[in-house]
Ligand binder design. Structure first.
Ligand code: V55
Ligand code: FE
Length: 508
């Protein structure tokens, strides 16, 4: 163990949140136990050998409620966003984590307590914050056009200084974006550098308006169009191909009257069909082609999409109902988490054909939190990585959004190839990896991910593992010790040093 006195002093003392002040639910226990420590720790201890080409920053989004919630039924998705970074530089690894200073975070810091009420229900807020932006910017760090953002689908992105992790403020792209929201899952075309994004509830809580926008490689908004989604649903992810934009809709719906009555934001509706809208990515939303799929199906994350002429393939993680217990239960669906069936599927759409039908092909075992090479986005691709459950890994550690953490990392060769698997032993959990591309032709590629290990009464011990992206089953090439507790992360991104600071690279 590290001696705490040898650690550098951060702005806040090394005292974790008062855990007993938080509700005794899975959203605040296990790996979801609030931590609330802002810290900078240079020179982490490394076991093994860091690859010499590994130079850059692994940014992670961590929801962590700075104050006990107003309501005991609050959930993990409400936590204040923290931006965290592991920076690999000249053989050393430095760690930093800071709260995103959202308007909401600042208002609650000032008050010394929670002022915002239930998850995405503004009608439960303290009157003093009626006009205050309530996003927590807690879902995905996004890098585009030399800028770093923290995103959440219920608000605008917050820009972050990638060196200091200081918050620069909410971003509407110089006033150009009309949408009130931006997804946490935008897509960057690897050749053009354009950023494709959407925002649902673009015109305020429970509006059916969806914005679709494209930014040029310098980060300037080129186009924004709006369309109506089929129901008042949650749209977590979307996809692009070389020529198309693909919007999947799953029936996890909201209702203004329910919110006004203080009820839950989302209720899954098992009787509504899922839908997919496909349009030319540079075209008009009026040209959207609509397809319909299974009733009650749900998906959060898409691995990738690509087209072959008139045929479009969408690879995603589907389950027969919503994977989040609190969204199912609000819709009257009572099924044990472990009984939910799902899989990694390829949905294929023939734009030359007639009708609303598409075909479904199984690709691999169920799971989520997919990762591809950034260079493969929207292209036919051979390799993907994602998280799953190791049947021999014992009961999952409590943590993450559904309360059961993944304990297995899969590399899959597509469309029907080999699976290589890092299957963790009992008492372990793994978070979404980032992919580090090769820095030279035919060079090695790496995965970086956080692995948490249960440590009896002491809680959890976290490490960052460096894996061979080709063979994760070989286990870590290097393990970076993390000398403080980490709360479960959502998504992350890798920014090579050459991209983050091109000037300093040239003068080195
Ligand atoms: C998700 C995460 C969110 C959210 C809605 O992983 C959906 C799915 C961390 O915030 O607000
Ligand atoms: Fe997500």
């Amino acid at each position: 163990m590290h001696d705490e006195r040898t650690l550098p002093v951060s702005e806040k003392p090394w005292v974790a949140s008062d855990r007993d002040a938080y509700p005794d639910t899975v959203h605040f226990r296990g790996l979801n136990t609030p931590v609330g420590i802002e810290a900078s720790v240079p020179g982490l201890t490394v076991e093994g050998t860091l690859p010499s080409g590994l130079e850059g920053s692994f940014f992670r989004a961590v929801p962590d409620p700075a104050h006990p919630p107003m309501f005991a039924d609050d959930n993990i998705l409400s936590g204040d966003g923290m931006i965290s970074r592991f920076r690999f530089r000249k053989g050393a690894v430095d760690f930093d984590i800071r709260y995103v200073q959202t308007a909401r975070y600042l208002a609650e810091q000032h008050a010394g307590r929670a002022l915002f009420g239930g998850y995405r229900n503004p009608f439960t807020d303290h009157p003093s914050v009626a006009e205050t932006d309530r996003t927590v910017a807690n879902t995905t760090p996004l890098w585009h056009a030399g800028r770093l953002f923290m995103t959440k689908e219920d608000g605008l992105p917050y820009e972050i200084d990638p060196d200091t992790l200081a918050t620069k403020g909410a971003c509407d792209f110089d006033g150009a974006l009309r949408s009130q929201t931006v997804t946490a899952h935008s897509r960057v075309d690897p050749e053009t550098g354009e950023l494709f994004l959407f925002g649902y509830e673009a015109d305020g809580a429970c509006s059916r308006d969806v914005s679709y926008a494209v930014l040029d490689p310098r980060g300037h908004l080129m186009r924004e169009q709006w369309f109506k989604q089929p129901y008042h649903g949650m749209i977590h992810d979307f996809a692009i191909t070389r020529s198309r934009a693909i919007f999947p809709f799953f029936p996890t719906t909201t209702d203004l009257d329910r919110l006004r009555a203080g009820g839950p934001k989302w209720a899954h509706d098992q009787n509504l069909e899922c839908c997919v809208g496909i349009m030319g990515r540079d075209g008009d939303v009026a040209g959207m082609r609509w397809f319909k799929g299974a009733k009650g199906a749900s998906a959060f994350h898409i691995m990738n999409a690509f087209d072959e002429g008139d045929v479009v393939h969408l690879d995603l993680f589907v389950s027969e109902t919503n994977a989040f217990g609190f969204m199912r239960e609000a819709g009257g669906i009572h099924i044990d988490q472990r009984a939910i069936r799902g899989g990694f599927e390829r949905w294929t759409f023939d734009l030359a054909g007639e009708g609303e039908h598409f075909t479904v092909t199984p690709l691999g075992p169920p799971g989520d939190m997919p990762r591809i090479r950034d260079a493969d986005c929207g292209r036919d691709y051979k390799t993907g990585w994602y998280l799953s459950m190791n049947p021999q890994g014992g009961p999952p550690l409590p943590g993450g959004p559904v309360g059961a953490a993944f304990n297995c990392l899969i590399r899959i060769t597509l469309p029907h190839g080999e699976i290589d698997m890092l299957a963790l032993p009992p008492g372990h959990a793994v978070s979404e990896p980032v992919h580090v591309p090769a820095t030279e032709p035919n060079g090695s590629e790496w995965l970086l991910c956080i692995v948490d290990k249960a440590n009896g009464d002491a809680g959890f011990q976290s490490e960052l593992w460096v894996l061979d992206a080709d063979r994760p089953s070989r286990g870590p090439i290097a393990r970076v010790h993390v000398p403080l507790p980490l709360r479960a992360q959502v998504h992350g991104c890798w920014v090579p040093a050459t991209v983050q600071s091109p000037a300093s690279q040239m003068t080195r």
